[in-house]
Design a binder for this molecule. Structure first.
Ligand SMILES: [Mg+2]
Length: 345
């Protein structure tokens, strides 16, 4: 590749100087080297041209009216499109402190006036090499950012998969472990003047005599039953309910914002959604499936840890099994709440 080219493209140089003779001499000498050159006679014009011309390298005079070279440099380096452009500052000053000021503004190189043309050409060649590396680095960074974004999307997908039960498509126990503490912490919490919600109802459900299904029809049919059960429940739960496969044939339904006076009807509606319509597991096999439900309620007056609330629901489920299955029972604390609010509007 020729020194005046970058990826086969002629390198572009912008000269900004308020002195006509300097502009003309530099333009001529650099065009002789086969560079593509544009000129601007002040800083403001230089910035406008730079944004359109997108130069690989800028040679800019320090002492100019309106906008001096340092200010031009700062604006160029603050522009995300141009910040990799190699910037040479032309100066008549040679004091070290001035160079520090120039470097602080972001200048990459200095050239002293009067300009030695051979030195200028050498510095331009070196500057263009660095400019090219800057652009490559920028392109690589952009690619890396894109890869990072794709990785983030993939991670989110993996996380959601790790929260899902593969067989039923329900949320899994890990998801419940993560969400329940957060949901319980919001009970009775105010957002301004509004309370998020005052109650959370949790139903622990279990398929009645599920072992018999597996024993009589095999595990494949047992799996079908769980899949149909999950679908039937998902189709019948409230919009503010989340359904989790807790383990085996146990399913947990968490409902935020449900009033205690409605929880019995809700539990009954879920029980009936399963019991009233047999499961057609194959062309010639229908199974009458029932579930037992144990309910517990957390309220702003009765805070529970996730473990205690699940335990309350589990005890109620045990009671439902004890009372003959295919029924809904509540923890004693939940029953009290339900009675207190019965008939309330
Ligand atoms: Mg000047």
């Amino acid at each position: 590749m020729l020194p005046n080219q970058d990826s086969g493209q002629i390198c572009k140089i912008l000269i900004i100087d308020d002195e006509l003779t300097t502009r003309l001499i530099l333009k001529k000498k650099l065009e002789d080297e086969q560079y593509q050159v544009q000129v601007a006679n002040n800083g403001q014009e230089g910035i406008v041209i730079a944004q359109k011309f997108d130069p690989d390298l800028i040679i800019c005079d320090w002492m100019m009216p309106l906008l001096n070279g340092l200010e031009v440099c700062q604006k160029i380096k603050a522009d995300p499109q141009l910040d990799g452009t190699f910037f040479i500052l032309l100066t008549g000053r040679e004091e070290v402190s001035d160079r520090v000021t120039g470097l602080d503004s972001g200048a990459d190189e200095f050239l002293c006036k009067p300009i030695d043309i051979n030195e200028l050409k050498a510095r331009v060649r070196a500057g263009l090499r660095i400019s090219r590396l800057n652009r490559q680095l920028k392109a690589t960074n952009e690619k890396l950012n894109l890869v990072n974004k794709q990785l983030n999307v993939r991670n989110e997908l993996l996380q959601s998969l790790s929260m899902t039960d593969a067989m039923t498509g329900l949320l899994n126990r890990r998801a419940l472990d993560q969400s329940l503490p957060h949901l319980l912490a919001q009970v009775g919490k105010r957002d301004g003047y509004q309370i998020h919600y005052r109650y959370i109802c949790i139903f622990m459900m279990d398929v009645d005599y599920f072992k018999r299904v597996n024993d009589n029809y095999g595990h494949k049919i047992g799996d079908y039953v769980l899949k149909f059960l999950a679908q039937r429940l998902q189709a019948n739960v409230r919009p503010n309910s989340s359904v989790y496969r807790y383990g085996g044939e146990e399913i947990v339904c968490v409902t935020q914002g449900i009033h205690p006076k409605n929880v019995l009807d809700y539990g009954e509606s879920l029980r009936k959604a399963i019991a009233d319509y047999p499961f057609k597991v194959s062309a010639d096999l229908q199974l009458a499936i029932t579930i037992s439900l144990g309910g517990a309620i957390a309220s702003d007056a009765h805070a529970f840890t996730p473990h205690d609330l699940l335990h309350q629901a589990d005890l109620a489920l045990y009671q439902a099994k004890h009372d003959g299955r295919n029924c809904v029972r509540f923890s004693s604390q939940a029953e009290l709440l339900i009675k207190t609010h019965a008939g309330s509007s």
